[in-house]
Design a protein around this ligand. Sequence first.
Ligand code: MN
Length: 146
Amino acid sequence: MNVHRSCKSYDWESVPVLMYKEDGTHFKDITRRILFDGTTGIDAQLRYFEIQPGGYSTLESHEHVHQVLIIRGSGRALVGDSIIELKKLDCVEIKPQTWHQFQAGSEEPFGFLCLVAVDRDKPHRPTEADLVKLCSDDRIANFIRL
Ligand code: MN
């Protein structure tokens, strides 16, 4: 049995708060916790990400899928060519090779569970050509943070 007791608000005993990514400046005010890290019979990692007001995740794309459940606050996300509002208990799936970025609103932390395969490809960031294409849509140009 592997129990992570909730302690404080959106924190779990013996689950360390990690940096979102090891390096880079293409994200802001976001932390990562690994709640479950794959085991026999389920090759998936369940993470909790929390973005502080005004913060955002990396704009990226990859072959692996994300299944996301919002559990704190609200925010917005770019998913492909859609910009969607997300609130607590909404679920969203990010399909392979889909540009995505999560952004917190200005008021409260935005927290979500994200399920991924343990064995997964590395994310890639947009090239200049990708950015030109993405930014040809004004809504996307105004949304993304790099
Ligand atoms: Mn991703």
